[in-house]
Design a protein around this ligand. Structure first.
Ligand code: CP
Length: 315
């Protein structure tokens, strides 16, 4: 099938989704990110790989981690970064998203990093821009969040070393989660033999098994013997109507506590993309506990985003 992210030579032109990305490309991103971890730990955290390039952060939806780590990553690569303040931009006067993109392209943009509440927004921009401009999807609706999934894969590989002997559980609101979709595609492509999703029926997409996952509705059953627990945020802003009796009941059945985590392997790691709802999907004792690698995920996100931008720019 034609993959809109790849050019005619099979190289990455845009990063829009992990779906359909071949394992060698995913591994190239992870391996390149390894080389940038050292840069992010130096006194002078800069390399000149993207010197002279103009990168535009277009965040039409709120973000703390993704927007900031893309900005830091671009600056560490010596690029010029512009964070468009959407609320203060001409979008508020009725300018369309593509007209905004046209105007920024006329300022010689080299790369757009796009977050939008509408699924498909980054794809639309990627189809619209000149061929020399690259687009990175920083999260679109409930569709995809590829750099989050890649930094999650990087974190898993750092702590567990090999994808081929792992049991991974993704817990929570799968239905509304772009992160879960991108994680499932990346985990299965990288050869994880058992990916579980644990969720109430009301928060699961229909026919989710077709993505190659095993479905559990009981957290105690689903967590047994897993190596990695990927928690998800309840995406209240994307829910149409009530899908849960109450936050308290959700926490009782699907919140990650120390007692439930004890059912996983003793050395299991706990991850969360953030922002976290403490006491709703995860207990503070777990979020801040010794098995949590939630903050290392954020740190690794810088190296992974440096890798993606460098590869797209052809370095
Ligand atoms: N994980 C994530 O996308 O967080 P932000 O919404 O803060 O970018």
């Amino acid at each position: 099938m034609n993959n809109p992210q790849l050019n005619k030579d099979g190289k990455l032109q845009h990063l829009l989704t992990t779906e359909g990305l071949p394992a060698p490309i995913l591994l190239k991103i992870l391996d390149t990110a390894e080389s940038f971890v050292g840069v992010t730990q130096r006194d002078i955290k800069k390399v000149p790989l993207l010197r002279g390039k103009s990168i535009f952060n277009l965040f039409f939806e709120p973000s703390t981690r993704t927007r900031t780590t893309f900005e830091i990553a671009a600056k560490r690569l010596s690029a010029d970064v512009v964070n468009l303040n959407i609320a203060a931009s001409s979008q508020s006067k009725g300018e369309t998203m593509l007209d905004t993109v046209n105007n920024l392209s006329a300022m010689n943009a080299d790369m757009f990093i796009v977050r939008h509440s509408q699924s498909g927004a980054a794809h639309l921009i990627a189809r619209h821009v000149r061929p020399e401009i690259h687009v990175i999807n920083a999260g679109d609706g409930r569709h995809a969040h590829p750099t989050q999934a890649l930094l999650d894969m990087f974190t898993i590989r750092r702590y567990k070393h090999d994808f081929h002997n792992l049991r991974v559980a993704i817990v929570g609101d799968i239905l509304h989660s772009r992160v879960a979709r991108s994680q499932i595609h990346a985990l299965t492509t990288l050869g994880v033999p058992e990916v579980r999703v644990i969720s109430p029926k009301t928060l699961l997409p229909t026919k989710v098994e077709r993505l190659g996952v095993h479905v559990y509705h009981d957290m105690e059953q689903g967590l047994k013997g897993v190596d990695v627990v990927l928690m998800l945020r309840l995406q209240n802003e994307r829910m149409l109507g009530a899908r849960l009796p109450s936050a308290e009941e959700y926490f009782k059945y699907y919140g990650l506590t120390q007692e439930k985590l004890a059912l996983a392997k003793h050395d299991a790691i706990v991850m969360h993309p953030g922002p976290m709802n403490r006491g709703i999907e995860i207990d503070s004792a777990v979020a801040d506990g010794k098995q949590s690698v939630i903050l290392p995920q954020v740190t690794f996100g810088i190296a992974v985003r440096m890798a993606v931008m460098t590869i797209l720019a052809g370095n």
